[in-house]
Design a protein around this ligand. Sequence first.
Ligand code: SIN
Length: 323
Amino acid sequence: MHPQINLKTVVLGTGGTIAGLAADPSNPSNYKASQLGLTDILQQAGIQTAGLEMQDVARIDSKDMGPAVWRPLLQAISQAQERSDVQAVIITHGTDTIEETAFLLEVMGPWPKPVVLTCAMQPADSPTADGPGNLRDALLLAQHPAFKGVAVVCAGKAHHPQHLQKIRTDQDDAFSSGLSQPLAQMHKGQWLLREPADQLPRNGRTPDLQTLLNTADWPRVEWVSNHASADGEMVMSLLAGSSKAKRPLRGLVVAATGSGTISVGMENALIQARAVGIEVWVSSRCVWGQARFYDDKPYGVATSLNPAKAMVALSLSLLAGTR
Ligand code: SIN
């Protein structure tokens, strides 16, 4: 079926499996991400391109995602949002770090027009490719008169960036909204929208868009974890290397055990990190958990964001000037 696109939509490509090709299409699990540009992806998906404006912002495997692509992506989104002839923005992205990108775009909103990200778990030339369906669903959601904001579309569900988590590596339905419901669900070819779930409280501040666009090197934040045998040596190594590193360490996100617990050795190392000006946020490594402190801790502040999103939020906060 060729869906009719009625509204002018800007489609921004960044790569990922949705743009991937298998060396041998009969064995689609052995593939290379980011081989196709948007024109080929849409053509393979059988989507008419009239009314669509395509721009390949990048062509990367999203494991390599970061400010070098986020900046031109944000620039392209903001230019599209300002145009009176554009109704919505669609972004194609790899599944591996779509959580971070969607979260960043959500935080930098609200955008006046819908921003819908989509992806695929199978390469474009797989006989059972999921990218074409996801793209069509994303275009439909972007045109839905009641949809606002930022969402990630995959496998017939639309997830809010705050709740989205990649939870599977070998099924098309790779994402969950955790304890919340997806924002919308496909039913008989139509999107059924739900009331958005409560937003999670967010630590820190957000810089303005122009500051982000003008800054090539966003503050360096590293992710460390608490686990059996964690003794804080990882943190001490990061501190020791920071003065010689190309980019000095500015922040740490700890994927803590349970609701924010940290070994005694790790606590001591984090206290030393804070003493030299490193901002420390404590997240939970539990997929559906949140770090929560009932009193002040000397080693950091708790965040309800998962570690991947906390990394983005802390870097933005440092860029906005909070310490
Ligand atoms: C990527 O994240 O770019 C590769 C994996 C995927 O898209 O599923």
